[in-house]
Design a protein around this ligand. Sequence first.
Ligand SMILES: NC(=O)c1ccc[n+]([C@@H]2O[C@H](COP(=O)([O-])OP(=O)(O)OC[C@H]3O[C@@H](n4cnc5c(N)ncnc54)[C@H](O)[C@@H]3O)[C@@H](O)[C@H]2O)c1
Length: 340
Amino acid sequence: MIGIAVVGAGHWGPNLIRNFTDDPRSEVLWVVDRDENRLTEVRARYGSVATSSDVADALRDDRVDAVVVATPTATHHAIVKAALEAGKHVMVEKPIATSATDGEELCALAERTRRVLMVGHVFLYNAAVREVKRYLDAGHLGHVYYVSLVRTNLGPIRTDVNAAWDLASHDISIMNYWFDGEPATASASGGSWINPGLEDAVFATLRYPDGVLAHLHASWLHPRKARDVTVVGDRRMLTFDDLAHTEPLRIYDKQVTDERSAPGFIDTFATFRASVRDGDITIPRITPGEPLRTECQHFVACVANGQAPLTGGREAVAVVRVLEAMQRSLAGGGREEPVR
Ligand SMILES: NC(=O)c1ccc[n+]([C@@H]2O[C@H](COP(=O)([O-])OP(=O)(O)OC[C@H]3O[C@@H](n4cnc5c(N)ncnc54)[C@H](O)[C@@H]3O)[C@@H](O)[C@H]2O)c1
């Protein structure tokens, strides 16, 4: 049985408490939050859990094997550092920290103390995202030209990080996973309207190896919740809508055929149509499930077996490096910035 302390019981933390409570291999022993109202709610639902406003109380408890951190991003570094120094395994919400330097320090500390450091890049535990990875690796889409990723909603509005750090961190983790690496450059434009200095909407372009272009639209100031991804390859194209729970993926057997073999002047409908292949649209079956549950189970398995997590500290720092390049670009008027 893995003893767990969850730090942060705000918007997201209760989902973590529920999943680690439901897993027969783990037990939530402590919930820590600075807000006494949140702790009152936790006690009403989970009577046997110890609560505190100070993480040090949970760190002193020898029964606690692992600390799960769901506090605002700006607090991650200090809490994760204290937990690792106390000899605990850690799962921390994304992004790992507000700088790559801080993230790297945590990775080095976890390696030195031989503790698991996992980061909650939850989309890598999403069955549809993993299915797309299989298509890409098998070459079903051919060479990928570009990917468009739209992640919008009205709120929640953060006060410690901008919309890119909060929302686009998911899309960067998905792109790095699908394309096995980091983009070479990033450029971004955005606007701050609600809180000065914190962009509410960010539009970014990332250049991945092999000419793959990614365009990201991240906003918490938008009338419609959207989680739309489009991948355009030279053989096939696909769309991924994370809000379409039973049918999130569509594979389009569509492509542009080589127009150079067509006559230079196209003036018939038949010849015009021949330059575009407009085939079937298929909807693969994706078994519905809660990605966070898979993520939490993976963390428990990593702690129990000493295995390296799919979304470890190093992968999370790679995401932060891209966010930092986007931040430099935002400050530089949208200039293209190297990621390394
Ligand atoms: N994976 C996802 O899809 C997903 C979704 C939502 C949020 N998140 C991440 O989860 C984290 C928390 O987000 P949220 O929406 O729950 O935020 P929130 O503001 O709703 O909740 C944060 C909680 O942490 C508490 N807190 C703050 N500082 C603390 C400290 N030093 N010690 C103890 N408690 C402290 C606050 O009182 C609050 O209850 C963020 O990193 C966010 O990016 C991830």
